[in-house]
Design a protein around this ligand. Structure first.
Ligand SMILES: Nc1ncnc2c1ncn2[C@@H]1O[C@H](COP(=O)(O)OP(=O)(O)OP(=O)(O)O)[C@@H](O)[C@H]1O
Length: 334
């Protein structure tokens, strides 16, 4: 079962360059969260700081009542065992076949014998749909397969927390849909706490339980998916709807002239909130909530047509591949 990660007042600089300041959020145990933000806002730095690869300049990261930022190297090494990390390129060793790549953490960090290792590697390779590809070298397989091999490797130590950096980079929309489905199915099976960094709006709108947005050196918002997808806050609205009108410019913030030019321009209405992606076999994730529940509980009227389809609702954004539906009502909540 996943663990909660509580981030308090986290600040990271490189020299005099502030990356983000005073980030406070809680990644709820066993839930899937997505972190968004324009390029260069420090999303990858945030993942690396969470796993202890980078040291923050201020703030705390609480996991199981221990502050990661205050741990000595030996204790940090122990806490790191809770994490599985999937880096952007899968970070596979090019000279090792997939079997040896996936077995690597088990050989490095455990005393398991080769028959135990074989059982675990085979199980994880099957889980990510790579059974039969054990003998292939990373250079012989597609980008999507490399990501899945990286994911199998991130899973072998049974992590409680899974950090995933841009799983969709370099993948076509269909493969992105498959990997998104895999995350939902995996979350149901292993119940870990997931944090996914992505630029893919379709992923952000349909996969997570929670969404965060880093912008202009701070956390603009973090909360349940329905909260951000119904938000009128200009930065959140612009980013989640992939619009040019709003405070975010080509190179981060727009200047006063650019914003003045936009005055009076009408924003398109918020698109409907799509149904969240569900498990392919119809089992329920522990973190899953009925569609529209957050809006109902918080007195928020979602955009018309919400919770009626699996389409992310943003123009030009592809529809998800089919998957089993639950018996949840698919009516609009108003
Ligand atoms: N080790 C480092 N030393 C110095 N600066 C760094 C280091 N790592 C990252 N940075 C800087 O931190 C900033 C944020 O980088 P990061 O890769 O986290 O952004 P990102 O939001 O993940 O971007 P993208 O969406 O383009 O992947 C960049 O300006 C980058 O150059």
């Amino acid at each position: 079962m996943g663990v909660e990660i509580k981030v308090e007042g986290l600040t990271k600089k490189f020299g005099s360059q502030m990356i983000w300041n005073d980030v406070t959020l809680t990644l709820p145990a066993g839930e899937i969260s997505v972190m968004l933000g324009p390029s260069g806002t420090g999303k990858s730095v945030f993942l690396k700081t969470l796993v202890g690869l980078l040291k923050p300049d201020a703030g705390s990261i609480w996991i199981n009542d221990r502050d990661l930022t205050r741990l000595r190297e030996h204790d940090l090494y122990e806490v790191r065992k809770l994490f599985g990390v999937l880096f952007q390129d899968g970070a596979l060793f090019g000279s090792m076949n997939l079997y040896d790549n996936v077995a690597f953490p088990l050989r490095e960090h455990t005393k398991k014998n080769e028959s135990e290792i074989k059982r675990i590697v085979t199980e994880k390779m099957e889980l990510v749909g790579l059974a039969g590809a054990e003998g292939k070298l990373p250079g012989e397989i597609s980008g999507g397969m490399r990501k899945r091999a990286g994911l199998a490797r991130a899973l072998v130590l049974d992590p409680e927390i899974l950090l995933i950096d841009e799983p969709d980079s370099g993948l076509d929309p269909v493969r992105t849909s498959y990997i998104n489905q895999l995350f939902i199915d995996l979350n149901a099976q292993i119940d870990a706490t997931f944090l996914i960094v992505t630029h893919d709006i379709n992923t952000a709108r349909t996969v997570p339980d929670n969404i965060g947005l880093l912008y202009h050196k701070h956390l603009a918002m973090f909360g349940p998916r329905e909260m951000l997808l119904s938000s009128e806050e200009p930065v959140v609205r612009q980013f989640l709807n992939a619009q040019t009108i709003g405070p975010i410019g080509m190179s981060e913030e727009k200047d006063a002239d650019e914003l003045a030019q936009e005055q009076g321009q009408e924003l398109p209405p918020l698109p409907p909130i799509a149904l969240q992606l569900q498990t392919s076999d119809g089992t329920r994730r522990r973190a899953e909530r009925p569609a529209g529940e957050w809006c109902r509980e918080n007195g928020v009227v979602p955009p018309p047509g919400s919770f009626m389809s699996k389409n992310a609702g943003v123009p030009g954004v592809s529809q998800h591949t089919a998957h089993t539906e639950h018996a949840e009502p698919e009516r609009a909540v108003s």
